[in-house]
Design a protein around this ligand. Structure first.
Ligand SMILES: Cc1ncc(COP(=O)(O)O)c(C=O)c1O
Length: 476
């Protein structure tokens, strides 16, 4: 029966109470909604995880509505994608207009106007003038795979060094350098060979106290890098070092500038390329166009995606012409790479960044967010369970203590602390009307609200979070 109903809806038939897909109301009758969810649970592969067993039907700014009528304040932004809010009117209008002009102008056939316009908009936004050669793909993972291929072709070397805790995606190249959780690789070995990793300058990875200075953390990680180059992957075999300037899936940890500067120096001394993955931290997320600007370090290859087109699939791989001229024509590309509609949306995003002064809003809201989270950290009911409040701009995290940590040898485990705090707090926030995500193998909640969120909505979100933490801690 359900298939008939779905077919009717898809055909737009208004008979028997089924509104056409284009005109249907934002909510469903309970019975029909439940059966739609059940249909999805039955037929959508189990390989996809889901936070909410529901169907999203409408997104407006900082809010998303499900088919049962529940409306949530969205502090996930579709995992850092809808950075200008859901269905930003100018971005959606630009995409709609492009739909009527040219949807698919394949990149191996010719250029498209929005593709070139986008490059024109991006050039002045680049963190270094040398970054002047662009290529667009669909997803962040594809951008990482392209960066790996480019680094290998440009240097004639094979190995790539990444970071412990890194997340670069689920395709085979990106997955080999993803070291945040084994769920991404378990059962999928053998992975791409030539992938190595070293500890991120994060106290968990280095086993030092939370209060360890960024200079000390950086020195410890850089020492590990030198060791790796002497023991595992010789500089003569190492094509590139791949780093997220803010470790995302690994726990929202900004890399200290001392670390990034040290890596740049080691790369320069050894003919190794530096790939900076700004898929999540780019496009204003941390208060600058690109996070790497905070350190002033020059990437040889920069990858971006997510916020680039505010939800339309688009990723970018940027390098310098002198390097990309070494690539053979046809060695890069893909059927949908740099789709014209996605590029038109991205042009509108770049325009909105300027006209709506997005970076200033990120700075202002970031201060409010940190103030609210530091208040939770010093609140007598909750302070014992909060280990850390960290991040930059609107890429911010709270790390809770854990009674077990990663196991009996974890020096940071805190017996007596309530278990699974991050996922329980996220669930409680959801019950209170806000979507928020956890991250990493530790007890971490991440805040990625839209970059244009209002002060009122930010306050509403932090109040929900504060109440949720207090309630869950009291329950023990
Ligand atoms: C830093 C980083 N790199 C790469 C990716 C992979 O991007 P995608 O999911 O679009 O393939 C992600 C996704 O979360 C990411 O955060």
């Amino acid at each position: 029966m359900l298939s008939t109903r779905l077919a009717r809806r898809a055909l737009g038939g208004a008979r028997q109470g089924y509104a056409p897909l284009t005109q249907r109301s934002r909510t469903f009758a309970t019975q029909s909604y439940d059966s739609l969810v059940a249909f999805g649970q039955k037929h959508v592969t189990k390989g996809l995880g889901r936070q909410v067993e529901g169907v999203m039907v409408k997104g407006e700014g900082s809010y998303v509505t499900f088919g049962d009528g529940k409306r949530f304040l969205d502090f996930t932004s579709g995992i850092g994608v809808t950075n200008l809010g859901h269905c930003h009117p100018k971005v959606s209008a630009a995409a709609a207009q492009q739909c009527m002009e040219l949807v698919h102008g394949q990149c191996s056939i010719g250029f498209t106007t929005p593709y070139l316009q986008l490059i024109e908009k991006l050039i002045p936004m680049m963190p270094d003038k040398s970054l002047d050669s662009f290529f667009f793909w669909n997803s962040g993972s594809e951008a990482i795979d392209a960066a790996i291929k480019m680094a290998r072709a440009m240097t004639g070397k094979q190995n790539i060094i990444g970071m412990q805790g890194a997340y670069h995606g689920r395709t085979y190249g990106a997955m080999a350098l993803t070291k945040s959780k084994t769920v991404y690789t378990e059962g999928f070995h053998p992975l791409m060979p030539g992938a190595y990793s070293l500890p991120f300058p994060y106290w968990h990875h280095l086993g030092t106290p939370v209060s360890t200075s960024s200079a000390e953390l950086s020195a410890a990680s850089l020492n590990q890098l030198n060791l790796l180059l002497q023991q595992q992957s010789a500089p003569g075999d190492t094509a590139a070092i791949l780093i997220e300037p803010v470790l995302g899936e690994g726990g929202y940890i900004p890399a200290p500038h001392e670390f990034l500067e040290g890596v740049r120096k080691i790369c320069d001394e050894n003919g190794i390329l530096l790939i900076i993955d700004e898929v999540q931290s780019g496009f204003g997320r941390t208060g600058k166009n690109f996070n790497i600007e905070y350190s002033g370090v020059r990437p040889d290859i920069l990858t971006c995606a997510k916020g680039l087109a505010n939800g339309f699939p688009l990723s970018g791989i940027v390098s310098r012409k002198e390097l990309t001229d070494k690539l053979n024509p046809g060695s890069m590309g893909g059927t949908y790479a740099g789709n014209a509609v996605s590029c038109a949306a991205a042009v509108a995003v770049a325009d909105a960044f300027k006209s709506e002064n997005i970076l200033a809003n990120v700075q202002a809201r970031s201060t409010e967010l940190f103030d609210a989270l530091h208040a939770v950290k010093s609140n007598p009911t909750t302070r014992e369970v909060i280990l850390d409040v960290r991040g930059q701009g609107l890429m911010v995290a709270v790390e809770f203590a854990s009674p077990t940590g990663t196991g009996e040898y974890d020096p940071f485990r805190k017996p007596g602390t309530p278990a699974r705090l991050a996922s329980r707090v996220a669930k409680r926030c959801q019950e209170k009307g806000m979507l928020i995500l956890t991250t990493s193998v530790y007890e971490v909640i991440r805040f990625i609200p839209p970059l244009n969120i209002s002060s009122e909505d930010l306050k509403k979100g932090t109040q929900i979070f504060t109440e949720a933490v207090e309630e869950v801690v009291r329950e023990g």
